[in-house]
Design a protein around this ligand. Structure first.
Ligand SMILES: C[S@@+](CC[C@H](N)C(=O)[O-])C[C@H]1O[C@@H](n2cnc3c(N)ncnc32)[C@H](O)[C@@H]1O
Length: 316
């Protein structure tokens, strides 16, 4: 037994395998909310099922680094055996270990004393945002930009939409920021289209989602119109105009189809957010845009978020 465990069964885990760690070398995957009992042919354990003595290396592929570090500590996995592939930095509040302060001073006085002395643990705390801090920590620039775009898009008529929803982590933000708008959500819920030729690992990771799971993370699920199946077939019945669309399908063919279907349906003053346009690992996204822009001129604004979103602006 290798003693190598991998925390997470999402895209990060499939990237790790694609980059060269063969599944046979992984003793097991660990996940707080496993989708199935196996992932890439290896068992998936709940944290409580992990045999800590056998764990010589825990590779954390999820972005929830802080929470997983805490769980590993509680399980008794020494810090030197944990490798964080994402969000490996840490800024600590020096008061974190001062457990007795609340007992001695009282919670109310402590809260009065502390707010201006907190360490900035995530950029979300730099500015008061309506989005919860835990959501902002994922990709602050992407979400803070979305917040401003939603504010602008509320002046435009039409629904909001996302093509490429996966577990609904971005969709929940649109739903939170535009609670009064219908939100159309398009996803196959069975991975990428064969014509986009994803690798096995990427495909398996993206199959781990359901309509019910997405509904459960939306703050205003009654506004959601979920259209499962491959796009654009899944949109055949939809007759709607849009004020804001997120397009996040990673590959050339589906991105081009998304642009061709949505762009004419976006109202003047509205936006389309093209995720991964600046991501060198997914060149098909920028190629699809180039292809579509040969068909017509579109004003665009790049955003310096984690994967380089491009905002397409529909001019009046
Ligand atoms: C990168 S994930 C989306 C992530 C999500 N936007 C977020 O930020 O949390 C891409 C999703 O697009 C879906 N997808 C890709 N091509 C599709 C197509 N032609 N029709 C429907 N869904 C598609 C995949 O199944 C996958 O769930």
């Amino acid at each position: 037994m290798t003693g190598i465990y991998v925390w997470g069964t999402g895209c990060g885990a499939s990237e790790l395998v694609e980059q060269g760690l063969q599944p046979e070398r992984i003793a097991a995957f660990v996940d707080n909310t496993p989708f199935g009992k196996n992932f890439l042919g290896r068992p998936v354990l709940l944290p409580g099922q992990l045999s800590v003595e056998r764990c010589r290396l825990m590779i954390v592929t999820s972005r929830q680094a802080e929470q997983i570090a805490r769980q590993c500590r509680n399980l008794g996995i020494p810090r030197e055996r944990i490798l964080f592939l994402k969000d490996s930095w840490e800024i600590r509040d020096r008061n974190q270990l001062c457990q007795d302060a609340a007992d001695l001073l009282g919670q109310a006085l402590l809260e009065k004393l502390l707010p201006r002395q907190q360490v900035i643990a995530c950029p979300g705390q730099l500015r008061h945002s309506r989005l919860p801090d835990a959501w902002l920590a994922g990709d602050y620039v992407r979400l803070a930009s979305l917040e401003l775009l939603c504010r602008q898009a509320t002046q435009v008529s039409g629904a909001a939409a996302e093509l490429g929803v996966y577990k609904g982590m971005f969709a929940r933000c649109i739903n939170f920021l535009m609670p009064e708008r219908k939100l159309y959500l398009f996803d196959s819920f069975s991975g990428f289209a064969p014509k986009d030729a994803p690798t096995d690992g990427i495909q398996q990771a993206h199959k781990q989602t359901t309509v019910e799971g997405v509904k459960a993370v939306l703050p205003f699920p009654d506004q959601a119109v979920i259209c499962p199946g491959f796009f654009p077939d899944s949109a055949r019945e939809v007759e709607e105009g849009f004020c804001l669309v997120s397009l996040d399908v990673d590959f050339f063919a589906s991105t081009l189809e998304g642009l061709r279907w949505f762009w004419p349906r976006i109202h003047a003053g509205g936006f389309l957010l093209l995720h991964d346009w600046g991501n060198p690992a997914l060149p098909g996204v920028a190629q699809a845009l180039e292809c579509y822009r040969q068909e017509q001129a579109i004003p665009v604004v790049p955003i310096p978020d984690r994967n380089g979103t491009l905002v397409l602006c529909k001019v009046k």
